[in-house]
Design a protein around this ligand. Structure first.
Ligand code: 13P
Ligand code: SF4
Length: 317
Protein backbone atom coordinates (compact mmCIF):
# COMPACT_ATOMS: atom_id res chain seq x y z
CA UNK A 1 0.00 0.00 0.00
CA UNK A 2 1.42 3.37 -1.09
CA UNK A 3 0.70 6.27 1.23
CA UNK A 4 -0.45 8.38 -1.72
CA UNK A 5 -3.43 10.70 -2.30
CA UNK A 6 -5.81 7.77 -3.00
CA UNK A 7 -4.75 6.12 0.28
CA UNK A 8 -5.26 9.37 2.19
CA UNK A 9 -8.74 9.86 0.65
CA UNK A 10 -9.74 6.31 1.54
CA UNK A 11 -8.47 6.65 5.13
CA UNK A 12 -10.41 9.90 5.58
CA UNK A 13 -13.56 8.44 4.03
CA UNK A 14 -13.47 5.31 6.23
CA UNK A 15 -12.75 7.38 9.35
CA UNK A 16 -15.82 9.53 8.63
CA UNK A 17 -17.94 6.45 8.00
CA UNK A 18 -16.89 4.96 11.37
CA UNK A 19 -17.14 8.27 13.25
CA UNK A 20 -13.49 7.71 14.17
CA UNK A 21 -10.81 10.09 15.39
CA UNK A 22 -7.24 9.10 14.42
CA UNK A 23 -4.55 9.74 17.05
CA UNK A 24 -0.83 9.33 16.33
CA UNK A 25 2.15 9.34 18.67
CA UNK A 26 5.18 11.47 17.77
CA UNK A 27 7.22 8.29 16.98
CA UNK A 28 4.91 7.12 14.20
CA UNK A 29 6.09 7.09 10.57
CA UNK A 30 5.58 10.49 8.86
CA UNK A 31 2.65 9.31 6.67
CA UNK A 32 0.69 8.26 9.77
CA UNK A 33 1.54 11.47 11.67
CA UNK A 34 0.36 13.53 8.70
CA UNK A 35 -3.00 11.78 8.23
CA UNK A 36 -3.88 11.78 11.95
CA UNK A 37 -6.39 14.23 13.42
CA UNK A 38 -4.02 14.75 16.37
CA UNK A 39 -0.33 13.98 16.83
CA UNK A 40 1.27 14.29 20.24
CA UNK A 41 2.91 12.77 23.30
CA UNK A 42 1.36 10.19 25.64
CA UNK A 43 -0.21 12.75 27.96
CA UNK A 44 -1.70 14.96 25.24
CA UNK A 45 -3.15 11.95 23.39
CA UNK A 46 -4.68 10.54 26.61
CA UNK A 47 -6.36 13.88 27.27
CA UNK A 48 -7.70 14.02 23.72
CA UNK A 49 -8.98 10.44 23.96
CA UNK A 50 -10.80 11.27 27.22
CA UNK A 51 -12.41 14.41 25.76
CA UNK A 52 -13.19 13.21 22.21
CA UNK A 53 -16.77 13.04 21.00
CA UNK A 54 -16.04 10.46 18.30
CA UNK A 55 -17.47 6.98 18.99
CA UNK A 56 -14.28 5.24 17.77
CA UNK A 57 -10.64 6.01 18.53
CA UNK A 58 -8.01 4.65 16.16
CA UNK A 59 -4.80 4.74 18.17
CA UNK A 60 -1.65 4.80 16.04
CA UNK A 61 0.91 4.07 18.71
CA UNK A 62 1.74 1.12 20.95
CA UNK A 63 -0.62 -1.15 22.85
CA UNK A 64 -0.43 0.43 26.32
CA UNK A 65 -1.40 3.81 24.79
CA UNK A 66 -4.52 2.32 23.17
CA UNK A 67 -5.31 0.52 26.43
CA UNK A 68 -5.04 3.82 28.33
CA UNK A 69 -7.50 5.39 25.88
CA UNK A 70 -9.90 2.47 26.50
CA UNK A 71 -9.57 2.89 30.29
CA UNK A 72 -10.41 6.60 29.94
CA UNK A 73 -13.24 6.06 27.46
CA UNK A 74 -14.69 2.58 28.11
CA UNK A 75 -17.85 3.31 26.12
CA UNK A 76 -15.87 3.97 22.94
CA UNK A 77 -14.53 1.45 20.46
CA UNK A 78 -10.71 1.65 20.56
CA UNK A 79 -8.76 0.22 17.64
CA UNK A 80 -5.02 -0.23 17.19
CA UNK A 81 -3.88 -1.00 13.63
CA UNK A 82 -1.61 -3.81 14.87
CA UNK A 83 -2.15 -5.31 18.33
CA UNK A 84 1.38 -6.78 18.28
CA UNK A 85 2.82 -3.27 18.75
CA UNK A 86 4.03 -3.72 22.33
CA UNK A 87 6.63 -1.90 24.43
CA UNK A 88 9.78 -3.34 26.01
CA UNK A 89 9.48 -0.90 28.90
CA UNK A 90 5.87 -1.89 29.69
CA UNK A 91 7.05 -5.54 29.63
CA UNK A 92 9.66 -4.86 32.32
CA UNK A 93 7.21 -5.24 35.24
CA UNK A 94 4.19 -7.50 35.78
CA UNK A 95 1.25 -7.06 38.13
CA UNK A 96 2.61 -9.90 40.33
CA UNK A 97 6.05 -8.26 40.57
CA UNK A 98 4.45 -4.97 41.58
CA UNK A 99 2.32 -6.67 44.25
CA UNK A 100 5.50 -8.20 45.72
CA UNK A 101 7.33 -4.85 45.67
CA UNK A 102 4.37 -3.13 47.39
CA UNK A 103 4.40 -5.79 50.12
CA UNK A 104 8.04 -4.82 50.86
CA UNK A 105 7.05 -1.13 51.25
CA UNK A 106 3.71 -0.98 53.06
CA UNK A 107 2.04 2.44 52.85
CA UNK A 108 4.20 3.69 49.94
CA UNK A 109 2.50 5.65 47.15
CA UNK A 110 2.84 3.85 43.80
CA UNK A 111 3.60 6.08 40.80
CA UNK A 112 3.65 4.25 37.48
CA UNK A 113 4.76 5.62 34.19
CA UNK A 114 1.99 5.29 31.62
CA UNK A 115 4.21 2.77 29.75
CA UNK A 116 2.72 -0.12 31.77
CA UNK A 117 0.00 -2.72 31.26
CA UNK A 118 -3.57 -2.17 32.50
CA UNK A 119 -2.90 -4.83 35.16
CA UNK A 120 0.00 -2.76 36.57
CA UNK A 121 -2.08 0.43 36.39
CA UNK A 122 -4.77 -1.30 38.43
CA UNK A 123 -2.18 -1.70 41.26
CA UNK A 124 -1.11 1.95 40.97
CA UNK A 125 -2.07 5.11 42.90
CA UNK A 126 -1.09 7.71 40.28
CA UNK A 127 0.09 7.28 36.69
CA UNK A 128 2.36 9.82 35.03
CA UNK A 129 3.99 10.45 31.69
CA UNK A 130 7.35 12.01 30.93
CA UNK A 131 5.71 15.44 30.70
CA UNK A 132 4.22 15.43 34.21
CA UNK A 133 6.29 12.87 36.20
CA UNK A 134 8.01 15.58 38.27
CA UNK A 135 4.68 17.35 39.03
CA UNK A 136 3.02 14.05 40.00
CA UNK A 137 5.79 13.11 42.46
CA UNK A 138 5.96 16.68 43.80
CA UNK A 139 2.20 16.46 44.58
CA UNK A 140 2.83 13.63 47.11
CA UNK A 141 3.51 14.70 50.74
CA UNK A 142 7.27 14.70 51.40
CA UNK A 143 7.09 12.22 54.30
CA UNK A 144 5.44 9.48 52.22
CA UNK A 145 7.60 6.84 50.52
CA UNK A 146 7.16 6.61 46.75
CA UNK A 147 7.61 3.54 44.53
CA UNK A 148 8.40 4.76 41.01
CA UNK A 149 8.23 2.37 38.06
CA UNK A 150 9.21 1.01 35.64
CA UNK A 151 11.82 3.32 34.02
CA UNK A 152 15.07 3.78 35.94
CA UNK A 153 16.32 6.75 33.90
CA UNK A 154 13.07 8.71 34.21
CA UNK A 155 13.09 7.73 37.90
CA UNK A 156 16.60 9.15 38.33
CA UNK A 157 15.47 12.38 36.63
CA UNK A 158 12.44 12.70 38.94
CA UNK A 159 14.60 11.99 41.99
CA UNK A 160 17.08 14.71 40.94
CA UNK A 161 14.33 17.27 40.24
CA UNK A 162 12.33 16.63 43.42
CA UNK A 163 15.34 15.99 45.70
CA UNK A 164 13.47 13.13 47.45
CA UNK A 165 15.49 10.37 49.06
CA UNK A 166 12.36 8.32 49.87
CA UNK A 167 11.78 7.57 46.15
CA UNK A 168 12.44 3.91 45.26
CA UNK A 169 13.02 3.15 41.59
CA UNK A 170 12.28 -0.03 39.59
CA UNK A 171 15.22 -1.03 37.35
CA UNK A 172 13.32 -1.16 34.04
CA UNK A 173 14.34 0.48 30.79
CA UNK A 174 13.28 1.03 27.19
CA UNK A 175 15.76 -0.74 24.91
CA UNK A 176 15.61 2.09 22.35
CA UNK A 177 16.30 4.94 24.79
CA UNK A 178 18.75 3.02 27.00
CA UNK A 179 20.85 2.61 23.85
CA UNK A 180 21.30 6.37 23.43
CA UNK A 181 24.35 6.61 25.65
CA UNK A 182 26.55 9.24 27.29
CA UNK A 183 29.74 8.83 25.21
CA UNK A 184 27.70 9.15 21.99
CA UNK A 185 26.05 12.31 23.28
CA UNK A 186 29.39 13.78 24.37
CA UNK A 187 30.85 13.10 20.92
CA UNK A 188 27.91 14.71 19.05
CA UNK A 189 27.92 17.70 21.41
CA UNK A 190 31.67 18.23 20.83
CA UNK A 191 31.10 18.21 17.04
CA UNK A 192 28.19 20.69 17.34
CA UNK A 193 29.20 23.12 20.10
CA UNK A 194 26.36 25.60 19.39
CA UNK A 195 23.55 23.05 19.31
CA UNK A 196 20.81 22.76 21.92
CA UNK A 197 20.40 19.24 23.38
CA UNK A 198 16.80 17.96 23.55
CA UNK A 199 16.86 14.80 25.63
CA UNK A 200 14.02 12.43 26.52
CA UNK A 201 14.23 11.41 30.20
CA UNK A 202 14.09 7.69 29.27
CA UNK A 203 17.52 8.01 27.61
CA UNK A 204 20.58 6.36 29.07
CA UNK A 205 22.36 9.66 28.40
CA UNK A 206 20.05 11.96 30.44
CA UNK A 207 22.34 11.80 33.48
CA UNK A 208 25.46 12.23 31.31
CA UNK A 209 23.97 15.38 29.74
CA UNK A 210 23.67 17.02 33.13
CA UNK A 211 27.17 15.82 33.99
CA UNK A 212 28.53 17.41 30.78
CA UNK A 213 26.78 20.66 31.75
CA UNK A 214 28.18 20.38 35.29
CA UNK A 215 31.74 20.04 34.06
CA UNK A 216 31.26 22.86 31.52
CA UNK A 217 31.65 20.67 28.38
CA UNK A 218 28.29 22.02 27.18
CA UNK A 219 26.61 25.17 28.59
CA UNK A 220 23.92 24.23 31.14
CA UNK A 221 21.28 26.30 29.35
CA UNK A 222 21.61 24.12 26.23
CA UNK A 223 20.56 20.92 28.01
CA UNK A 224 16.79 20.35 28.06
CA UNK A 225 15.20 17.16 29.46
CA UNK A 226 11.82 17.00 27.69
CA UNK A 227 8.88 14.77 26.81
CA UNK A 228 8.25 14.41 23.08
CA UNK A 229 5.44 16.99 23.20
CA UNK A 230 7.58 19.46 25.13
CA UNK A 231 10.31 19.05 22.48
CA UNK A 232 7.88 20.44 19.89
CA UNK A 233 7.10 23.44 22.13
CA UNK A 234 10.82 24.00 22.78
CA UNK A 235 11.56 23.86 19.02
CA UNK A 236 9.16 26.77 18.49
CA UNK A 237 10.81 28.96 21.12
CA UNK A 238 14.54 28.20 20.97
CA UNK A 239 17.00 30.67 19.43
CA UNK A 240 19.40 27.86 18.48
CA UNK A 241 19.96 27.11 14.78
CA UNK A 242 20.82 23.47 15.40
CA UNK A 243 19.47 20.93 17.87
CA UNK A 244 20.72 17.45 18.80
CA UNK A 245 17.79 15.18 19.56
CA UNK A 246 18.12 12.22 21.93
CA UNK A 247 14.99 10.10 21.50
CA UNK A 248 13.31 7.78 19.01
CA UNK A 249 13.95 9.03 15.44
CA UNK A 250 10.25 9.40 14.51
CA UNK A 251 10.38 12.59 16.58
CA UNK A 252 12.37 14.44 13.93
CA UNK A 253 9.32 14.73 11.66
CA UNK A 254 7.23 16.87 14.05
CA UNK A 255 10.29 18.92 15.05
CA UNK A 256 11.12 19.74 11.41
CA UNK A 257 7.49 20.68 10.77
CA UNK A 258 7.41 22.90 13.87
CA UNK A 259 10.67 24.72 13.04
CA UNK A 260 11.81 24.11 9.43
CA UNK A 261 14.66 26.62 9.75
CA UNK A 262 16.40 24.61 12.50
CA UNK A 263 18.87 21.80 11.72
CA UNK A 264 17.64 18.85 13.85
CA UNK A 265 19.95 15.84 14.15
CA UNK A 266 19.50 12.54 15.96
CA UNK A 267 22.15 11.78 18.60
CA UNK A 268 21.72 8.12 17.58
CA UNK A 269 20.06 7.62 14.19
CA UNK A 270 19.57 3.86 14.84
CA UNK A 271 17.19 4.63 17.72
CA UNK A 272 14.05 3.35 16.03
CA UNK A 273 11.24 1.61 17.94
CA UNK A 274 10.20 -1.46 15.97
CA UNK A 275 6.86 -1.56 17.77
CA UNK A 276 5.94 2.00 16.78
CA UNK A 277 6.90 1.17 13.18
CA UNK A 278 4.44 -1.77 13.02
CA UNK A 279 1.71 0.81 12.40
CA UNK A 280 2.15 1.07 8.64
CA UNK A 281 -0.13 2.83 6.10
CA UNK A 282 -1.44 -0.63 5.09
CA UNK A 283 -2.16 -1.52 8.72
CA UNK A 284 -4.11 1.71 9.26
CA UNK A 285 -6.21 1.07 6.17
CA UNK A 286 -6.97 -2.51 7.25
CA UNK A 287 -7.85 -1.31 10.73
CA UNK A 288 -10.44 1.14 9.38
CA UNK A 289 -11.85 -1.34 6.87
CA UNK A 290 -12.19 -4.26 9.27
CA UNK A 291 -12.68 -2.49 12.59
CA UNK A 292 -9.57 -4.29 13.91
CA UNK A 293 -7.61 -4.81 16.14
CA UNK A 294 -10.06 -3.94 18.87
CA UNK A 295 -8.59 -3.21 22.31
CA UNK A 296 -10.34 -4.71 25.34
CA UNK A 297 -9.59 -4.19 29.02
CA UNK A 298 -11.63 -6.34 31.42
CA UNK A 299 -14.16 -4.29 33.38
CA UNK A 300 -12.70 -4.83 36.86
CA UNK A 301 -9.10 -4.05 35.78
CA UNK A 302 -10.34 -0.95 33.92
CA UNK A 303 -12.30 0.24 36.94
CA UNK A 304 -9.27 -0.13 39.23
CA UNK A 305 -6.88 1.43 36.69
CA UNK A 306 -9.10 4.38 35.85
CA UNK A 307 -8.55 6.24 39.15
CA UNK A 308 -4.76 6.31 38.64
CA UNK A 309 -5.08 7.30 34.98
CA UNK A 310 -7.60 10.06 35.76
CA UNK A 311 -5.20 11.55 38.33
CA UNK A 312 -2.52 11.52 35.65
CA UNK A 313 -4.51 13.60 33.18
CA UNK A 314 -5.49 16.08 35.90
CA UNK A 315 -1.96 16.83 37.18
CA UNK A 316 0.15 19.32 35.24
CA UNK A 317 -2.70 20.82 33.18
P1 13P B 1 6.21 10.69 25.50
O1 13P B 1 5.10 10.66 26.47
O2 13P B 1 7.27 11.69 25.89
O3 13P B 1 5.71 10.92 24.12
O4 13P B 1 6.98 9.27 25.51
C1 13P B 1 6.35 8.07 25.16
C2 13P B 1 7.29 6.93 24.93
O5 13P B 1 6.93 5.80 24.68
C3 13P B 1 8.68 7.21 25.03
O6 13P B 1 9.40 6.12 24.58
FE1 SF4 C 1 8.23 1.49 24.50
FE2 SF4 C 1 10.67 2.37 24.06
FE3 SF4 C 1 9.09 1.96 22.00
FE4 SF4 C 1 8.61 4.03 23.70
S1 SF4 C 1 10.37 3.76 22.33
S2 SF4 C 1 7.12 2.58 22.89
S3 SF4 C 1 9.25 3.13 25.63
S4 SF4 C 1 9.86 0.39 23.41
Amino acid sequence: VEADAAWADEVRRLARERDAVILAHNYQVPEIQDIADHTGDSLALSRIAAASEASTIVFCGVHFMAETAKILAPEKTVLIPDARAGCSLADSITGAQLREWKAEHPGAVVVSYVNTTAEVKAETDICCTSSNAVDVVASIPADQDVLFLPDQFLGAHVKRETGRDNLYIWAGECHVHAGINGPELAERAAENPDADLFIHPECGCATSALYLAGEGTVPADKVRILSTGDMVHAARSTKATSVLVATEVGMLHQLRKAAPEIDFRAVNDRASCRYMKMITPAALLRSLREGADEVHVDAETARRASASVRRMIEIGQ
